[in-house]
Design a protein around this ligand. Sequence first.
Ligand SMILES: C[S@@+](CC[C@H](N)C(=O)[O-])C[C@H]1O[C@@H](n2cnc3c(N)ncnc32)[C@H](O)[C@@H]1O
Length: 273
Amino acid sequence: MVFEGTFDYGPAMSSPHPQEPADGETHFGFRAVPESEKAGMVRSVFDAVAPKYDLMNDLMSAGIHRLWKAAMVDWLAPRAGQAIIDVAGGTGDIAFRMLERMETNTAAKVLPVTVCDINAEMLSVGRGRAVDRGRLNDVEWICGNAEALPFPDMSFDAYTIAFGLRNVTHIDKALAEGRRVLKPGGRLLCLEFSKVLVPVLDKIYDAYSFQVLPWLGGFVAGDREAYRYLAESIRRFPDQDALAARMSAVGFDQVKVRNLSGGIAAMHSGWRI
Ligand SMILES: C[S@@+](CC[C@H](N)C(=O)[O-])C[C@H]1O[C@@H](n2cnc3c(N)ncnc32)[C@H](O)[C@@H]1O
């Protein structure tokens, strides 16, 4: 089902306790919702925040998301000639960074990066950014679902997903799709919020996420509930070890994890051998 119109997040959204999904349900933040509705609800969140998405990222993280994204691109070390897909790529942040990295110190041809996202509004903001940067031909913007990617098997040398996996309805399906579209020898890198591993920092981070973030989202992006969803969805996401285990379970090899900022975020790397 595709959700359309104004989205009512409902009273349970403000519950401090996560609801456990029953059969046929999944979680949307702390709420249990029918599985068939989650993608539409997520789409609605990003429709609402798309125009202010990049500004909010800088404000919410005091610019730290830039360092995390740079760390992911560093770990991937993409090279000219590689076919790369950035899934849930939104407004193209990761794609632009990878292009800059691939263009450094090479005379070889850099292929366009494919950005695939379920939300046409986010892609449209990204396309505008590409125009501003003179990069219209360097990125292919494709509207599609991470759980059913519109690409043949073994199409890409690398697959990245930054702050996207948390939003999909079936994480394992998205991971399996990632593996399917990778060539043998290809690599998946996921950057996502994770479990804070530093005592005291976890308490400060909790207070910040549940009190400051929704307020900031309401003030800057005009959507307090979208940023409450952000905080809740982070708490519901598998921790470092659990996500690594799920990557291995769908067939990724040499799965490795690197924590960022004490585990506020983490990068997971896996190979299709
Ligand atoms: C937090 S944004 C991250 C955007 C970008 N990767 C970044 O790091 O700035 C999450 C993105 O995931 C996209 N998304 C959510 N569910 C998706 C799905 N099932 N398939 C593809 N994209 C999805 C949203 O539309 C949104 O653009």
